[in-house]
Design a protein around this ligand. Structure first.
Ligand code: NAP
Length: 298
């Protein structure tokens, strides 16, 4: 079995035992820890299937999705940068995914594909478990709100009826549709949008309790914190969706400021458990999945 498969591999799909019937699609994707988590869950539940990685470029995702039913796939997860494209490629999406505009979980149903999103609900569970607070009670700042994870989390904040939200994105224009959609949920001053300009970030941080990093900034250890560390106060909670490092640059900045923060491991775990529940209509073995994620990479 290879670590990473491609569109060419999908066209000549290998007959592995147990069969490869689930995957995470992304570009890059080699870093993804989803296979180790899902393969442990599949083994624990006695399901004759394995989960792998598919490296697909943006122009390959449509062809790849078309092949999934024919090669006997159960479903896929989508990560960077395919979550928006996936919505347009599925035959139907549940209300939540459609409202968010982002699909991270696909189920093959006969010859059709159904789309779901488990990132937002996974984050709600993760924040409660790791930070001991309820998302719905917090004023939230989302860094990278224009990306797939950021948008899903912003919409989840609306669904949870959080008291206030600040959307931050490097490319400011990408926030415009989200601001228009969220206006009904966050009236007046309760919705703000900005780029990473330090003065604006400082003003908005004064009215935020929880800072969520949804940018990919920090996936590499030499990258800077997405916001200046000296703006973080001890009262802030930090959630960095990145899970490739235990302490990302943002979390290290939070540590120096005396703020409490955690990385995206818990969101990965809970969104994965929710995806497993969608694919198999049964409870996911959460502790087996957690132990597999904490173990050596496979
Ligand atoms: P995406 O759709 O490609 O979005 C990437 C986001 O990062 C965009 O907002 C982009 O801003 C921003 N960005 C990239 N480089 C930047 C930089 N140098 N400075 C400022 N902003 C920058 O990707 P995604 O799927 O949302 O994933 C984003 C992150 O969330 C990744 O780190 C991923 O690992 C993490 N994630 C974690 C989980 C989990 O379970 N823990 C789940 C989903 C995602 P522009 O719009 O300006 O390009």
């Amino acid at each position: 079995m290879k670590e990473v498969y491609t569109l060419e591999d999908l066209r000549r799909w290998p007959a592995e035992q147990p069969p490869l019937r689930l995957a995470v699609c992304g570009d890059p994707v080699a870093h993804s820890a989803s296979p180790q988590m899902h393969n442990a869950a599949l083994a624990e539940c006695g399901i004759d299937a394995r989960y792998t990685r598919l490296h697909l470029r943006a122009e390959e995702i449509a062809d790849a999705f078309r092949l999934l039913p024919a090669i006997g796939f159960i479903g896929v997860n989508c990560t960077i940068p395919h979550k928006f494209a996936a919505l347009a490629l599925v035959d139907r999406a549940d209300d939540h995914a459609r409202r968010i505009g982002v699909v991270n979980t696909v189920v093959v149903e006969g010859n059709q594909l159904a789309g779901y999103n488990t990132d937002g609900p996974g984050l709600v569970r993760a924040i409660r478990a790791e930070l001991g607070v309820a998302l719905r009670e917090l004023r939230v700042m989302i860094l990278g709100a224009g990306g797939g994870a950021g948008r899903a989390i912003a919409m989840q904040c609306a669904i949870e009826q959080c008291p206030r939200i600040t959307l931050v994105n490097r490319t400011r224009e990408k926030l415009n549709p989200l601001v228009a959609e969220l206006g009904a949920f966050f009236p007046g001053e309760n919705l703000a949008a900005t780029d990473f300009e330090t003065g604006s970030i400082k003003t908005q941080l004064a009215q935020s309790d929880l800072i969520i990093n949804c940018t990919s900034l920090g996936m590499k250890p030499d990258e800077p914190s997405p916001i200046p560390g000296d703006l973080i106060e001890p009262r802030h909670f930090l959630y960095d969706t990145i899970y490739t490092a235990a302490r990302t640059p943002l979390l290290l900045a939070g540590d120096a400021a005396g703020a409490r923060g955690t990385n995206g491991f818990s969101m990965l775990l809970h969104q994965g458990a929710l995806a497993f529940e969608i694919w198999f209509q049964r409870d996911a073995p959460l502790e087996v999945m957690r132990a597999a994620l904490l173990g050596p990479a496979k």
